[in-house]
Every structure is written in structure tokens, then in C-alpha cells.
Design a protein around this ligand. Structure first.
Ligand code: FE
Length: 135
């Protein structure tokens, strides 16, 4: 992917993002389950990063996991996301970040329904939705 990295100061991010977006993307926060605006979105299109607008997940990869967070079987492009071990809160998890801006998106688990068995559990607050960018 030829997209250049997006780097901004925390003050810039705080000014541009809503408090909810900032807490998730820059603070690695987790929104309360079943509260996200995109959880039940079933439109065709592209889920993009709320921080930098990078294409992250296609609606074709979205599925109803019952977890309370938007869930996907795979990223739109493998290079769009970065995976990192996260051992916080005494759990062994894998954090999912936007590769372009470094924003925290959520976590990936290995109990997904697709052939790769992945479940990308992503905060609604980290995403924006573009109905016209279906792929
Ligand atoms: Fe981003």
C-alpha cells in the first residue's frame, strides 16, 4: 500500500476527533458493547478509519457475531491493519491498529466463522462508513 503514514500530535487528534473517537483510537479504549452506531449497519460499502479515512473493512466481511461490536472476518487489505500483542488486563489478546495512522481499532480473535477463523472485533467509534466505496 502506497498510502503515506499519518502522524499528528495528540493535541491535533484531540481537536479533530470526537471524545469517543479519541478515547478509542488514541487511548485504546473500548466502547460499551451494543452501543456503536455501525453495529447493525447492513449497507454495502467500505468501513474506513475514523482517524485517517484509510479503507479498513469491506461490508462483505461483516458478520453478526453477537459480541456487541462490529465484527469482520478479514481486513479489506491485509496491509491496512497492524497486529500487535496486547497483554493488558491480564489477557493475551491481539490488538488491531490502523497501519496508516496507528489508531487503535479493536482486537482480533481466532473464533471467527470464515476460512481463516478470524474475528476482527472493532469499535464502531474507530470507524466511518462509505456506502459508495463498496468493493
Ligand atoms: Fe487510520
Amino acid at each position: 500500500m502506497e498510502q503515506s503514514k499519518v502522524e499528528k500530535s495528540e493535541a491535533q487528534w484531540a481537536a479533530e476527533l470526537t471524545p469517543e473517537q479519541y478515547e478509542v483510537l488514541r487511548g485504546a479504549g473500548t466502547e460499551a458493547p451494543f452501543t456503536g452506531s455501525l453495529l447493525y449497519n447492513k449497507e454495502s460499502g467500505m468501513y474506513t478509519c475514523a482517524g485517517c479515512s484509510a479503507d479498513l473493512f469491506s461490508s462483505q466481511a461483516k458478520f453478526e457475531s453477537g459480541s456487541g461490536w462490529p465484527s469482520f472476518t478479514e481486513p479489506a487489505l491485509a496491509e491496512a491493519v497492524e497486529l500487535r500483542a496486547d497483554n493488558s488486563f491480564l489477557m493475551k489478546r491481539t490488538e488491531v491498529l490502523c497501519r496508516r495512522c496507528g489508531g487503535h481499532l479493536g482486537h482480533v480473535f481466532d473464533d471467527g466463522p470464515g476460512p481463516d477463523g478470524q474475528r476482527f472485533c472493532i469499535n464502531s467509534a474507530a470507524l466511518a462508513f462509505s456506502p459508495e466505496k463498496a468493493s
